[in-house]
Write a protein that binds this ligand. Structure first.
Ligand SMILES: Nc1ncnc2c1ncn2[C@@H]1O[C@H](COP(=O)(O)OP(=O)(O)OP(=O)(O)O)[C@@H](O)[C@H]1O
Ligand SMILES: [Mg+2]
Length: 149
């Protein structure tokens, strides 16, 4: 099944700083319960965009990507959850870790490698796909709604 979300915006970023700034702008669209699903290969810039979103939500601590941490919690204007699904086998693994309580709780969640959790991403999620165009350039596509392939 292929379900394409509604396309909201396409943007080009020419540097990590621009991607962070874009993340800060995206944060203004988010509220408690918002879910942002990030897609894009290794080194695309998912964590970089997440840093911007966190900053925009008033998180002062620096968002990092510890290798074996799946769910990191930060405090901003609302609780902020950074989920890295890279090492998860799939939705069942995520649910066993308490992922659903996080997604349906009172915070904002950003999920890297969200394509690994096809059944956990709800329809209302913002789905952001980052594509590497060249060394420092990224195409960033923002849509609303889960995508299944
Ligand atoms: N326009 C850009 N936007 C974001 N990152 C960029 C850009 N140009 C270059 N980069 C570089 O690309 C890398 C992106 O790393 P980042 O950790 O954010 O990627 P990631 O998608 O989270 O990777 P992973 O799949 O390993 O989690 C960084 O080294 C960053 O400096
Ligand atoms: Mg990352």
């Amino acid at each position: 099944m292929i379900r394409r979300g509604n396309s909201l915006a396409d943007s080009i970023s020419s540097s990590p700083e621009e991607t962070i700034a874009l993340g800060e702008g995206i944060a203004a669209l988010l509220q408690r319960g918002s879910i942002v699903a990030l897609r894009g290969g290794l080194g695309a810039g998912k964590t970089c965009l997440t840093k911007g979103i966190a900053r925009g939500l008033g998180v002062s601590e620096e968002v990092t990507s510890p290798t074996y941490t799946i769910i990191s919690e930060y405090q901003g204007k609302v609780p902020f959850y950074h989920i890295d699904a890279y090492r998860l086998q799939g939705d069942d693994d995520f649910i066993a870790l308490g992922g659903e309580e996080v997604l349906y709780g009172a915070g904002v969640s950003v999920i890297e490698w969200s394509e690994r959790l096809p059944h956990s991403i709800p329809e209302h999620a913002l789905v952001i796909e980052i594509e590497i165009i060249e060394q420092d350039r990224r195409k960033i596509h923002i849509a609303q709604g889960a995508v299944e392939e």
